[in-house]
Design a protein around this ligand. Structure first.
Ligand SMILES: [Zn+2]
Length: 256
């Protein structure tokens, strides 16, 4: 009886030991789990802080942001009147492509009808096409109806060549009938610098005249109608790009 009691007691005590053991293992596992969770969370927090800090460093590592870059860009626009020209427009387009430069062409409708492929190419290569007139006439000396016809015929030729109507006009001699702005739904664009390239065969002279006057947002008037003008354009581009200028279309300049 006593023996049986001790056996029972021993057995109960053994059971208690097992329970205590199991509880200890459970608590141990629980504490280990909590410990692992804390370590992982701390590591993630630290990594988050590191990433945040490094991204802050990216933003402030001396590189200007996109907005700052836009503010710092000095823009200038080259414009070419009287084309397209079968001898010089193609050469000009080749050089512009090489230099990654976009310009604006104010074309004559009569020439667009003769050489539509040049205007199509210019448009496809990202240049802006605007209206000069159908023929090289002073629009102020025409009746309103005749002036409108000069614009509409040119715009029709531009549309047939490029699939798009022009939105900008630079009338020959800068002579426009402002009261027709609404009628033709076009924006008149004149110029800031006229180096009179058509009156000289010296590209150096044209280059010097432009470089003497150029400043940020200048619109430069040239003609893709002679070898010296095209050469002058390339030298102007190479020189001003080295001075930090970016060449844009007049639309990009005016939309600022
Ligand atoms: Zn002209």
């Amino acid at each position: 009886m006593q023996r049986a009691f001790f056996m029972n007691y021993f057995q109960i005590d053994d059971l208690k030991k097992k329970i205590v053991c199991a509880v200890l293992i459970f608590v141990g596992a629980l504490l280990l789990g909590i410990g692992v969770a804390i370590v992982v969370e701390r590591a993630q927090t630290e990594r988050g802080i590191t990433e945040q800090t490094s991204s802050q460093q990216d933003a402030s590592n001396g590189q200007p942001s996109k907005i700052q870059q836009d503010e710092q860009v000095k823009k200038v626009a080259l414009t070419f009147d009287d084309g397209p020209n079968p001898d010089y427009t193609g050469v000009l387009l080749d050089g512009l492509k090489e230099r990654g430069v976009k310009v604006t062409f104010f074309v004559l409708g009569s020439e667009v009808e003769l050489y539509p492929e040049l205007v199509r190419r210019a448009s496809e290569e990202g240049h802006l096409i605007g209206v000069h007139a159908y023929r090289h006439v002073n629009l102020r000396q025409l009746s309103d109806a005749q002036a409108i016809e000069q614009v509409d015929r040119t715009n029709g030729a531009i549309y047939r060549a490029t699939g798009q109507y022009a939105s900008y006009i630079r009338p020959p001699y800068g002579c426009w009938k402002e009261d027709l702005d609404y009628e033709v739904q076009m924006v008149e664009v004149l110029w800031d610098i006229d180096p009179r390239d058509w009156a000289t065969t010296s590209s150096n002279l044209v280059v010097q005249r432009v470089l003497n006057e150029v400043e940020e947002n200048s619109i430069i008037l040239l003609h893709d109608a002679s070898k010296s003008s095209v050469q002058a354009a390339f030298t102007i581009i190479d020189t001003l790009q080295n001075q930090g200028y970016t060449f844009v279309t007049v639309e990009e300049l005016l939309l600022e």
